[in-house]
Design a binder for this molecule. Structure first.
Ligand SMILES: Nc1ncnc2c1ncn2[C@@H]1O[C@H](COP(=O)(O)OP(=O)(O)OP(=O)(O)O)[C@@H](O)[C@H]1O
Ligand SMILES: [Mg+2]
Length: 590
């Protein structure tokens, strides 16, 4: 099953669509010039300023060097320059790398795997925030796109398109609103778009998993018979491994069939384990300063060529007179056994294998084929081992050979153009905190009798800490599907009702139908806040059973969970008709 032919661009003016895939280790840009009445094509940027060798599938390092004043000294492709490490050392520059992972959602509990990420991550440069790093990097990517598009299509094309660019930014599967909010903030600070409603709406998001599916589809990969069987796309990158499972629908669209997963077990963690090994081996020896060189050489060479665990690997790092047989160092070369290298890979491989099994058992439709994409999937060792452990379960494992590392940015453009996914699976249970009027005949209420409070406006006895579900976890949600929850507020003064905020909670515990927050209080983190300007909404003056007079406002919050970004509106009744109003989704810290 592949995509039906792409349609002609239906807009009435020429526009530019630009996708930035900021990866943990490497980043890519793809674009499409949208011409009215013409079928859009997806093109990758294949040449960057300062890049020494031109490749057909180039991605550039997600690395920035800053001087002590915080000024950028080298960025992206510029950091590939021979001798940059020495320049950095001599000039006291700080290297920012793998900074993308600093944006990751921080879980509430600290497990071993969370600690492992914390320990492995290089710190941010002094007095820089992750949003500032994204800002600097996005600004640079925009410059690269400008140069490439101007060179390839003419300066006038760029000039005519630059003020109205549609952007697509990619992020790992496990990231949501708060991360999108920070990326949008960085994009505004980088002047990709102005900080206006129109500007903000020109920043679109897609998960790396969904972008990878689009890449596979737009490259005609045989995701055959997916109506009866699902496919699993595994994007094994530098930082994360993102798994997303789909099946196709009769109308050629795709639906997610399991909650997407994201694991911090990309190729960079293999390098980190090698680094730990070198540190342990060489600590207290005269070679302890060589750990960085060994790690770098391992990352650039050994890791890529490793394919057999019964062959030794040599890493040249020193002078040919350097020798210490007890450390396996001879002629300035450290020799690693194949088994040692295999151990560095093993946690990533078993994580991928377990994650595939978990997706297989969670999927609503049986998964029969697995596609490995992303830079890490170029590793033959990884591919062979995953295949060896997965194929006996009746799943085929393959990897598209062309341009796997451009998959995500090309796929992000295709996501915007082709929108193949029409249904997604809710990763958590969403709802709001509510109060219940006290009902002494209900045993759950009686149990909470000591918590009864008198409502400040209605003066009636109520129990707080109720939870009203808007969307249960693991539900198939169509992209256009609206979820409603009734919302009402009472107050003694009208003006207290002018601007209202509803907190949307995301239940992350094990209860199937959560009703009381106090029965599992640690598992109701705030997903976001919906802010509503209610000044133009009708308000009722009401008298309660106790005789208290108060104002009451009622409306419905409408949430669209099925898009790649949560959106909210309100609906209310006026003169017998339903009216719609705007609502803003706000994330903590944004
Ligand atoms: N043959 C190979 N063997 C092992 N690792 C490889 C090989 N080729 C590339 N890699 C690793 O793949 C990573 C790059 O992959 P990719 O570009 O998909 O990741 P990324 O986009 O930077 O990360 P992420 O998507 O997780 O944020 C690098 O860490 C690189 O070392
Ligand atoms: Mg990537």
């Amino acid at each position: 099953m592949s995509l039906p032919d792409r349609k002609k661009y239906a807009g009435d003016t020429r526009r530019l669509l630009l996708a930035f895939d900021i990866g943990t280790t490497f980043s890519g840009i793809s674009y499409s010039i949208l011409d009215p009445g013409i079928i859009p094509e997806i093109r990758p940027v294949t040449r960057y300023p300062c890049q020494e060798h031109v490749g057909g599938d180039s991605k550039i390092p997600t690395v920035i060097y800053y001087d002590s004043a915080g000024k950028i000294c080298a960025i992206g492709a510029e950091t590939l320059k021979e001798g940059i490490e020495q320049d950095a050392e001599e000039n006291g520059w700080t290297k920012a790398w793998w900074f993308k992972l600093h944006l990751r959602p921080k879980p509430q509990t600290t497990s071993a795997s969370v600690r492992q990420v914390d320990e492995a991550l290089p710190p941010l440069p002094p007095s820089k925030t992750v949003v500032q790093l994204f800002r600097d990097y996005m600004k640079y990517l925009l410059e690269c796109a400008k140069k490439y598009i101007s060179d390839s299509h003419g300066q006038t094309v760029w000039t005519s398109l630059q003020n109205n660019i549609i952007f697509v930014l990619t992020h790992p599967n496990g990231w949501g609103g708060p991360q999108q909010g920070q990326m949008r903030q960085a994009a505004i600070q980088a002047s990709l778009v102005p900080n206006t409603e129109d500007g903000r709406s020109r920043i679109n998001f897609v998960t790396e998993g969904e972008a990878s599916l689009h890449f596979c589809l737009s490259n005609g990969l045989a995701l055959a018979n997916t109506q009866q069987s699902g496919v699993l796309i595994v994007d094994a990158g530098g930082g994360t491994v993102d798994l997303t499972a789909y099946c196709s629908l009769p109308d050629y669209s795709f639906e997610e069939i399991a909650i997407p997963q994201c694991h911090f077990q990309g190729a960079a963690f293999v390098t980190m384990r090698a680094k730990k090994f070198f540190e342990k081996l060489l600590s207290g020896t005269r070679f302890s300063d060589d750990v960085e060189t060994l790690t770098m050489r391992f990352d650039r060479n050994t890791k890529h060529v490793f394919r057999k665990d019964d062959e030794p690997h040599h890493i040249q790092f020193g002078n040919h007179r350097d020798r210490d047989p007890s450390l396996n160092i001879r002629g300035g070369r450290l020799t690693l056994t194949g088994c040692d290298v295999a151990k560095f890979f093993e946690p990533s491989i078993s994580c991928i294998v377990e994650a595939i099994k978990a997706q297989k058992s969670a999927a609503h439709v049986p998964i029969q084929s697995v596609f490995l994409v992303g830079g890490f999937s170029a590793s033959s060792w990884l591919f062979d081992k995953v295949r060896e452990r997965i194929e006996p379960l009746g799943l085929s494992v393959s990897r598209p050979d062309a341009h796997v590392n451009k998959a995500v940015s090309n796929g992000a453009v295709s996501f915007y153009l082709d929108s193949a996914v029409t249904s997604r699976v809710s990763p958590r249970t969403y709802g709001i905190s509510v109060y219940y009027p006290y009902d002494s005949s209900d045993p759950d209420h009686r149990k909470r009798g000591h918590l009864v409070e008198i409502h400040c406006a209605t003066r009636e006895p109520v129990l707080h800490e109720g939870f009203s579900t808007i969307l249960p976890k693991d539900t198939r949600v169509r992209t256009s599907q609206e979820f409603r929850c009734s919302f009402s507020r009472q107050a003694v003064e009208r003006r207290s009702l002018n601007c209202l905020r509803a907190t949307i909670l995301a239940y992350s515990g094990l209860q199937k139908s959560p009703v009381w927050i106090d029965s599992d209080p640690l598992n109701y983190p705030t997903a976001c806040t919906v802010e509503v300007d209610t000044t133009s909404l009708p308000v009722q003056m009401t008298t309660s059973a106790t005789g208290a007079r108060y104002f009451e406002i009622s409306f419905e919050i409408i949430l669209l969970f099925g898009l790649t970004e949560l959106q909210a509106q309100i609906a209310y009744r006026q003169n017998g008709q339903e009216k719609r109003g705007r609502a803003q989704v706000i994330y903590e810290g944004n």
